[in-house]
Design a protein around this ligand. Structure first.
Ligand code: GLN
Length: 484
């Protein structure tokens, strides 16, 4: 079997081949490692490929021979570098954690191991997940596999690029304001941000704790669904984890409407800053969905336009609090100094990159006495009204849709000088984290930029715990572009 073919097969096909004894996990992982060796020098999706990947694969082959089953038995999965795996480095692509070795498994890693997955390595990201291009990594940027002069999106750009480049069939990322969906869109793969609380956050390095969710990347909706089902579930050690009895919707027990009422927030989508050809393709996709028998209706999300402004207060506030733990004493890098304050300042000054420092300063400022009411309190009120907008809209529609990102992948270096422009990349994704609802990005074909064909994404948002609806509509969107 030639390696190119194996690395492009779906998880279901791979499972079947392994079940039939025609393929071993060892051979499969070997084929992926060869691809990584050949092409990751240009792309830089991985910060580390684990040296025990083949040994893990061999072990799953032995377990299969003994009759063991598992949703992901023998299937390789890559982890974003902010997820803990016991005994492995987890650095969040930061100098401050360059040599930090995790002391326990994140709940998602535990679930992956239980399902038989082979954990193949850790992927590049923006430092602490701060960014939309993976250029804020302390270890160099990741490139978009569709055009290596462009960014893969971010912050989970390494995971998105790894799946897009056929280095691995599945990967995990984290999404605080769009970090799974936006890179998925820019790399032409599927990315899901689950309902807040659907997947345990224990063992992901916290960014904005009230916004963070871990979720899957895959080449198809079906495969993203398989990975989601493995990682979702109640965790008593995460206080925001949703109890099992509330999860009937995730399991699809409520049933998915055959024909959907699809809401479009028109003012939000058809506006300046969203590329014309992205709007056109979005419009064509809506027409195709209508032709499938779905109904397209306008919805109002009047507060969504304040989403980014509220996010850039709430998120840095939580960031400054979460990053206080990197003090040069308990974790990671430690700079020598004669008094403790100098240890803090020297360590943080050396260990944190520019964007990280910017966010810690912003967050500390908005939480400071005298400004707390003017900024943080006000932002939490905006948050409430965004949540209400979504709830009200979902009384009338099954899903709300937008493009995932206002533009296709931009050039490396194009937006690094202007953080505000970079923040705009998340205009459609951020309100979803603020509302806590789930959303998926599914490829909607490609657009042309300077002769390069660049993927763009269709973004579907559902009410709390209706991932089942996202998968159903996501598959319909896939059909449109498969037939094209
Ligand atoms: N790009 C957004 C930011 O820079 C979102 C990041 C994320 O979801 N982790 O904050």
């Amino acid at each position: 079997m030639d390696t190119q073919k194996i690395t492009q097969k779906s998880v279901a096909e791979l499972q079947m081949l392994m079940e039939q004894g025609e393929l071993t996990s060892e051979a499969l992982v070997f084929a992926y490692l060869e691809e990584i060796k050949k092409r990751d020098g240009d792309i830089h999706a991985f910060l580390e490929v684990y040296d025990d990947a083949l040994a893990q694969a061999k072990d799953t082959d032995t377990r299969r021979a003994k009759g063991e089953k598992g949703a992901l038995l023998g299937i390789p999965v890559a982890l974003k570098d902010n997820l803990l795996m016991k005994g492995k480095i987890a650095s969040s692509a930061s100098k401050i954690l360059e040599h930090y070795v995790a002391t326990y498994d994140a709940e998602v890693v535990k679930r992956l191991k239980d399902a038989g997955a082979v954990l193949i390595g850790r992927t590049n990201m923006d430092e602490f997940a701060f960014g939309s291009s993976t250029e804020n990594s302390a270890f160099g940027p990741t490139k978009n596999p569709h055009d290596t002069s462009r960014v893969p999106g971010g912050s989970s750009g390494g995971s998105a690029a790894a799946v897009a480049a056929d280095f691995v069939p599945l990967a995990l990322g984290s999404d605080t304001g769009g970090s799974i969906r936006q890179p998925a869109a820019l790399c032409g793969v599927v990315g899901l941000k689950p309902t807040y609380g659907a997947v345990s956050r224990r063992g992901v390095m916290a960014m904005g704790s009230s916004l963070d969710q871990i979720g899957p990347f895959a080449r198809s909706v079906e495969e993203a669904e398989v990975l989601f089902e493995v990682i979702a579930g109640y965790d008593e050690k995460d206080s925001t984890s949703l109890p099992e009895e509330t999860r009937s919707n995730i399991r699809g027990e409520k049933g998915v409407p055959e024909k959907m009422r699809i809401g479009v927030p028109e003012d939000f989508v058809y506006t300046e800053g969203v590329d014309e050809d992205v709007q056109e393709r979005f419009q064509e996709t809506l027409e195709a969905l209508k032709a499938q028998g779905n109904e397209i209706v306008p919805v109002a999300l009047p507060s969504a336009k304040y989403g980014l402004a509220a996010y850039y207060i709430i998120m840095p506030a939580e960031v400054s609090t979460n990053l206080a733990r990197f003090d040069g004493i308990r974790y990671g890098l430690s700079e020598d100094a004669s008094d403790s304050v100098s240890v803090y300042t020297k360590t943080r000054g050396k260990g944190f990159g520019k964007e990280t420092r910017r966010r810690v300063m912003l967050g500390t400022y908005v939480l400071s006495a005298g400004y707390y009411d003017a900024y943080y309190n006000k932002a939490t009120k905006v948050r409430e009204s965004i949540r209400n907008d979504f709830q009200k809209a979902f009384e009338d529609v099954d899903v709300i849709v937008t493009p995932t990102s206002p533009t296709p992948a931009f050039k490396t270096g194009e937006k690094t000088k202007d953080p505000l422009q970079m923040y705009m990349a998340d205009i459609f994704t951020v309100p979803v984290n603020i509302a806590g609802v789930p959303a998926i990005s599914v490829p909607m074909g490609k657009v042309d930029r300077d002769g390069a064909a660049l993927p763009i994404g269709f973004h579907v948002i559902a009410p709390d715990m209706r991932e089942d609806i996202l998968f159903a509509l996501g598959k319909d969107v896939e059909k449109i572009y498969r037939e094209e």
